[in-house]
Design a binder for this molecule. Structure first.
Ligand code: SAH
Length: 460
């Protein structure tokens, strides 16, 4: 059946798409319905029809899903951040487990494994330790800070995001007053004029240390000492800086940071491992769930103190350092040189001497190591290999090297269960089996699903 633009269609929502939209079928024709959640029966207005599917939005709800709840945040539907706030948290966790399960069984063709319930948060709000607020002017010429509406670049004012920290509101108010009192203008993307582009706020949840960094379109912030003075009234203020970004770009941060107060970083802990976090460094945004996720990775690695471990796609070495405390030796590989510099520094400040880091592509570094050892007549092996790739998953060349190295266990940390399933299938075809799968909810109210998988070598 084909629909035309503006047709009204009754549809039962059965699934949730990559952007949180409801998915339902009418006579085999798929509809992606904005504003609908699984279990809703709705009248949907077609917004964009194509041959095999159509986009639509909810006109009215005929029967509400039993999992439907009122969104906590007043701007949830216009902000792209939380796509599934209108789904009860229990339903979100079930949806995430099912998504991982369905991908592993359907794409991976794997059936004989254990999958646990998603580990959720006791309080699925206020969990983000990092926020970046764009700064602009509203229609009346008032300074606004908030988020970009949908795919546009107009700013919807919002100074108290419910998944961010409560302190953000006070900080934004201070910055706003400072800008007003000192006639400092927000940046205007269309003209390229104006100074303040973004306010970046980070908080160490364990230490309470706070960082504020103003991203500016220029080299200097007039009267900056006044800003510092006001911000220092906030308890925990540890680092205040400006970041210079004079490019006409969507990228938020520029490369150069000038410290106005403090040493240029805040400190935080995941478990017992300490991290220095600067405005430019990568750090997981949900530290509570990160601890749980990496705790699972550690449990699955089953270390006794002697093992040789590779941590591929290691970022700033978070997992590597977590494992190093219980391993013989950990090798980390990561493509971004700055992340490896952070990883080395993080090893140093934790007095961890048994972790070594390499810059490069995992699919080049590991196979090269293996080939060099083979030339010397050695068969290079490892006890445990951990991978935590970006969404596109692992390169086949890397998977082949893992198979050749024959580690006893492979621990796969994944942020995309479809590519995970593809990679698991490959390893399962080559003498590995999936033992168990643990989804962990790193992004409550968002559609992304993280999980950690234990694989073991099949004994012949
Ligand atoms: N394990 C890390 C981060 C994982 S995110 C942590 O917990 O902090 C995935 C990482 O893979 C990113 O840091 C990204 O820069 C890196 N990356 C992307 N492609 C890569 C490749 N081909 N080889 C190695 N690292 C890569």
């Amino acid at each position: 059946m084909n629909f035309k633009k503006n047709d009204l269609v009754e549809v039962t929502i059965e699934d949730c798409g990559v952007n949180g939209e409801g998915i339902g079928k009418v006579d085999g024709y798929t509809l992606f319905v904005k504003g609908a959640i699984m279990g809703d029966v709705v009248n949907a207005r077609i917004t964009k029809p194509t041959k095999n599917y159509a986009y639509a939005r909810v006109e009215n709800i005929i029967t509400e899903s039993k999992d439907r709840v009122a969104a906590t945040c007043p701007v949830a539907s216009s902000c792209g951040g939380c796509q599934i706030q209108e789904m009860s948290y229990k339903a979100q966790l079930e949806f995430k487990r099912n998504k991982v399960f369905n991908n592993i069984t359907r794409i991976g063709g794997i059936t004989d494994f254990k999958i646990h319930d998603t580990i959720g948060m006791d309080n699925p709000f206020r969990y983000r330790n990092k926020s970046q607020y764009p700064v602009g002017l509203d229609k009346n010429g008032e300074i606004v800070m908030g988020f970009y509406a949908g795919r546009t670049h107009s700013i919807i004012p919002c100074d108290d995001c419910v998944i961010g920290d409560e302190i953000n509101k006070d900080i934004l108010n201070i910055v706003k007053s400072f800008m007003k009192e000192n006639n400092i203008t927000p940046y205007d993307e269309t003209t390229g004029k104006g100074l303040v582009r973004h306010v970046l706020i980070r908080k160490g949840f364990k230490t309470g240390e706070i960082m504020v960094c103003l991203v500016i379109n220029g080299k200097n912030l007039p009267n900056k000492e006044k800003l510092v003075e006001s911000l220092l009234k906030i308890t925990g203020m540890t680092s205040i800086s400006i970041n210079i970004n004079t490019e006409n770009t969507n990228v938020i941060l520029g490369q150069r940071v000038i410290d106005l107060y403090g040493e240029g970083y805040i400190t935080d802990y995941i478990g017992l491992v300490k991290f220095h976090i600067s405005p430019l460094s990568f750090y997981q945004v949900n530290p509570i769930q990160t601890h749980i996720l990496y705790g699972k990775a550690l449990e699955y690695a089953a270390l006794t103190g002697k093992e040789i471990v590779w941590d591929l796609y290691c970022g700033v070495g978070t997992i590597s350092l977590f494992l190093a405390k219980l391993a013989g030796k950990v090798y980390g590989v990561e493509i971004i040189p700055e992340a490896i510099a952070d990883a080395k520094n993080n090893a140093k400040i934790n007095n961890i001497g048994n972790a070594e880091f390499f810059v490069g592509k995992a699919e080049e570094v590991l196979p090269d190591f293996y080939a060099r050892e083979q030339e010397k007549g050695n068969h290079m092996t490892a006890d445990v290999i951990v991978v935590d790739p970006p969404r596109k998953g692992c390169d086949e060349k890397l998977l082949w090297t893992i198979i050749k190295m024959q580690p006893k266990r492979v621990v796969y940390v994944s942020c995309d269960s479809a590519t995970l399933a593809r990679d698991l299938k490959f390893l399962c075809g080559n003498e590995y089996r999936v033992v168990e799968v643990q989804p962990v909810d790193m992004f409550p109210h968002g559609v992304h699903v993280e999980c950690v998988v234990l694989m073991s070598k099949v004994q012949k």
